[in-house]
Design a protein around this ligand. Structure first.
Ligand SMILES: Nc1ncnc2c1ncn2[C@@H]1O[C@H](COP(=O)(O)OP(=O)(O)OP(=O)(O)O)[C@@H](O)[C@H]1O
Ligand SMILES: Nc1ccn([C@@H]2O[C@H](COP(=O)(O)O)[C@@H](O)[C@H]2O)c(=O)n1
Length: 203
């Protein structure tokens, strides 16, 4: 059996939280595809050519805590606009998705480019203000220097780059189900997503 759940959405919309919860609940494997771009970005910030970094990336080594830093997130959205970087990361993502069993992948182009054949597609969104508030709280809890205004500006800059690039821009697939988490708790958002996926599994 192959069953792929494709989850896309802008920064801090809650797609990673939903993806992890779905994978846990359904016994599916999970890939946070943003971590691939962040790993390339970290190496780019250290002076490496991003295309060479993407071509030699070890996807099993994505645990570096520096990947979560805001400067890495911004650099990720810059190197993610390079077509050769995206091409170098594509086969691994497709292979992860279509191995036997169930898989949940979250990112920006999963339903449109990586897994256009996914059995269930979700587009998770929220207002920029709600997303910035969540990311700011997360950064404060992690002991990082963060202001709400600065985080909102970063979220907006990343949205503009991710949605405005020529290659694989952030957008909902035509057949994606939209979940706006602005007014939802984590539990409500996860159960809305689970209901969509279960309805597809049952078909
Ligand atoms: N429905 C929700 N209500 C309140 N907080 C939420 C909700 N969903 C997620 N969060 C919190 O918001 C933050 C961002 O969530 P998450 O990491 O899942 O977003 P994301 O879309 O995967 O972000 P990114 O693409 O930047 O990695 C986390 O701290 C998470 O706990
Ligand atoms: N499928 C994807 C996933 C991510 N990106 C880019 O990486 C940046 C970081 O992603 P996070 O999900 O960890 O926030 C993101 O802003 C995108 O530019 C991508 O292009 N495609």
């Amino acid at each position: 059996m192959i069953f792929t759940v494709a989850i896309d959405g802008p920064a801090a919309s809650g797609k990673g939280t939903i993806a992890k919860a779905l994978a846990r609940e359904l016994g599916f494997r999970h890939l946070d595809t943003g971590s691939l771009y962040r790993a390339v970005a970290l190496r780019s910030l250290e002076g490496e050519d991003p295309v060479a970094a993407a071509r030699s990336l070890d996807p099993e080594r994505l645990g570096d805590p520096r990947l979560r830093e805001p400067r890495v997130a911004q650099e990720a959205s810059r190197i993610a606009a390079i077509p050769e970087v995206r091409a170098a990361l594509l086969d691994f993502q497709k292979g992860f998705a279509r191995r036997d069993g169930g898989a949940v992948l979250d990112g920006r182009d999963i339903g449109t480019v990586v897994c256009p054949e996914a059995e269930a597609k979700l587009f998770v969104t929220a207002t920029a203000e709600a997303r910035a508030g969540r990311r700011h709280a997360e950064q404060v809890a992690a002991g990082l220097d963060s202001t709400l205004e600065g985080t909102l500006a970063e979220v907006r800059a990343r949205d503009a780059r991710d949605a405005g690039r020529d290659v694989a821009p952030l957008r909902p697939a035509e057949d994606a189900v939209l979940i706006d988490t602005s007014g939802l708790s984590i539990e409500q958002a996860v159960s809305a997503a689970l209901a969509v996926v279960r309805s597809r599994i049952g078909r």
